[in-house]
Design a protein around this ligand. Structure first.
Ligand code: FES
Ligand SMILES: [Fe+2]
Length: 487
């Protein structure tokens, strides 16, 4: 790939082919918990909660407002007067505003607005005209200026503990763009109730594509996440406290349960296959990694890459992670993970407490990074882990892989191998989909795409080598039948 191709694949700015493509998908822009003053250090106190937050996505700056009735509003961040940052605006109830030329604006105590602290211009955040300027208090009496000013706003919705935005915009991208948002993709994590779901996020200092390419690479766990010893399965239990690769693979080997760490360590040459899939609401690739243990037994790990930047992977027999990779801009990415339990409710407080020691709030920036060599320990690398960057939080392993390439990996210098076949297939889709988006068209499916009748699922376990495919289907069905929320 040459430099121009690398830039084209990775850029997300307004008007670029990649930016046009990304704007045809719902993007995660914040965790709901970021607006909880009890959890978020920058959101005031219970009596004086802050309801407005700056968010950045696809190289653009926005303000996200949580209205007092629980609804959300997303607008451009720069005040249309002289550009001040509206994330510091006052949140006001419209019935308390001194409205000038308010004839056009329906007023009720339910309506709310944000008011720029620079010169007091106010913008509606509720009702049918979010972004409408409703007050310009420094203007002469009788001014009708505000009627002609409207801050751009975007469709937004809350699901699975995450706030999602539809950032497509005809005016900005100059193409035919979609006026009406597409439906959300049909994924299990959107069906689970709040009790069976937990969402978290983290910032990586790198382009979104290299973040996603680590996630869809089934060969790397055998190395990057290799533990030289296994944890005691009695202690870790079936969910391993939400830790990746610490629980047991489904099924047994001659009566013995195997921790995933042992599977990954001992069977490090997976046979990969990729099946392009689609349903009415999504396109993706089903990824199967087969690790043959003997002629009779094969370890099967089935994961999913959903376009443009989501993966679904198993954490244990009953927990999955669905992870988005929001391009904040060309050099930064927020991963948003939604954990979904198909079995017992999730202890959200425990899951959160487990992650907080590795994170700096309010921006969810990992404490490890290039500045402290990601916590690298030569002693650990020699004795306990393949990488030497910690055993508790394996997220830092992926973070190192992603960030150590630099903000933008120089793909002109890479050598793709057989184990990179999923990445090759994905890039083929991405290039075609960007071309389509640049022409105002819907991304075409990959050749030989299979139709899905249910959401893409995940499997991890030992199967009879002869019949692993039917075994995987049975595992999937069994997992779904366990979930009370599926019925
Ligand atoms: S810059 Fe916002 S009111 Fe003047
Ligand atoms: Fe990983």
């Amino acid at each position: 790939m040459n430099h121009e191709q690398n830039l084209r694949l990775t850029q997300v700015g307004s008007g670029t082919p990649g930016g046009l493509l990304q704007r045809r998908f719902w993007q995660p822009v914040a965790l709901v918990e970021e607006f909880d003053p009890m959890l978020a250090p920058d959101m005031g106190a219970a009596e004086y909660p802050r309801l407005i937050k700056a968010v950045r996505a696809l190289g653009q700056d926005f303000v996200l407002v949580k209205n007092h009735d629980g609804s959300w509003t997303l607008m451009d961040r720069d005040c249309p007067h002289r550009g001040a940052n509206l994330s510091f605006a006052r949140y006001e109830n419209m019935s308390t505003l001194r409205i000038i030329s308010a004839g056009e604006v329906p007023i009720s105590s339910q309506n709310t607005a944000i008011r720029c602290p620079f010169h007091g211009w106010a913008f509606q955040t509720s009702g049918d005209a979010p972004g409408q300027c409703i007050d310009t208090p420094a203007e002469p009496e009788g001014s009708t200026l505000c009627q002609h000013i409207k801050q751009r706003s975007y469709p937004v919705q809350e699901k699975a503990g995450v706030v999602w935005a539809w950032l497509d915009d005809k005016e900005t991208n100059g193409s035919e763009g979609a006026d009406v948002p597409e439906p959300m993709p049909e994924l299990d994590c959107f069906h689970a109730p709040a009790s069976h779901s937990f969402a978290f996020k983290g910032l990586w200092h790198a382009n979104w594509l290299q973040c996603f390419e680590v996630g869809m690479d089934p060969a790397h766990p055998s190395f990057l996440h290799r533990f030289l010893q296994d944890a005691d399965l009695q202690e870790t239990g079936s969910n391993a406290g939400g830790k990746q690769f610490r629980s047991a693979a489904a099924g047994d080997v001659a009566g013995e349960r195997w921790p995933m760490t042992r599977v990954m360590r001992e069977l490090h040459r997976p046979k990969l296959s990729a099946q392009a899939v689609q349903s009415d609401t999504l396109q993706g690739i089903r990824i199967t990694a087969l690790r043959a243990l003997s002629e009779q037994m094969t370890h099967v790990r089935m994961t999913q890459a959903i376009f443009p930047h989501v993966f679904v992977i198993p954490l244990s027999e009953t927990l999955t992670i669905t992870q988005w990779h929001l391009p904040v801009d060309d050099g930064h990415t927020y991963w948003f993970s939604v954990f979904t339990s198909f079995d017992a409710p999730i202890d959200q407080a425990a899951m959160r407490a487990q992650r907080l020691p590795y994170t700096t709030l309010p921006h969810y920036i990992p404490k490890a990074g290039a500045h402290n060599a990601w916590g690298f320990s030569p002693e650990e690398q020699a004795t306990r882990t393949f990488l030497g960057m910690g055993e508790e939080d394996i997220n830092v392993h992926d973070q190192w892989a992603v960030e150590s390439m630099g903000g933008l990996q120089d793909r002109t210098r890479e050598h793709l191998a057989t184990s990179d076949k999923i990445i090759v297939l994905y890039r083929r889709w991405l290039a075609r989909a960007q071309d389509a988006a640049a022409n105002g068209q819907i991304p075409p499916p990959l050749p030989a795409t299979q139709s899905l009748s249910e959401p893409p699922g995940t499997v991890d376990g030992f199967a009879p080598s002869e019949s692993w495919e039917s075994w995987a289907q049975e595992q999937l069905a069994a997992k779904r039948s366990k979930a009370s929320w599926m019925k």
